[in-house]
Design a protein. Structure first.
Length: 62
């Protein structure tokens, strides 16, 4: 699943201080291999270069 700017996501990266937190996609970048990486904004910071595999979509209907 790919994500777009302003999508709400949960980060799953045990090496990140934001692991398990909900954030917003603020930028989508394409690597030279055609894969997307994301910048995610959280209440108190951001993470850059996040792969799609580390993100989970937030269910807006909850």
């Amino acid at each position: 699943m790919s994500f777009d700017e302003d999508d709400r996501v949960i980060l799953h990266d045990k090496h990140s201080e934001y692991d398990g937190e909900e954030g917003t996609v603020t930028q989508v970048m394409e690597t030279m291999f055609g894969d997307a990486t994301y910048t995610i904004s959280f209440e108190d910071g951001q993470e850059t270069g996040i792969s799609e595999d580390s993100l989970e979509a937030v269910d807006d209907e909850a």
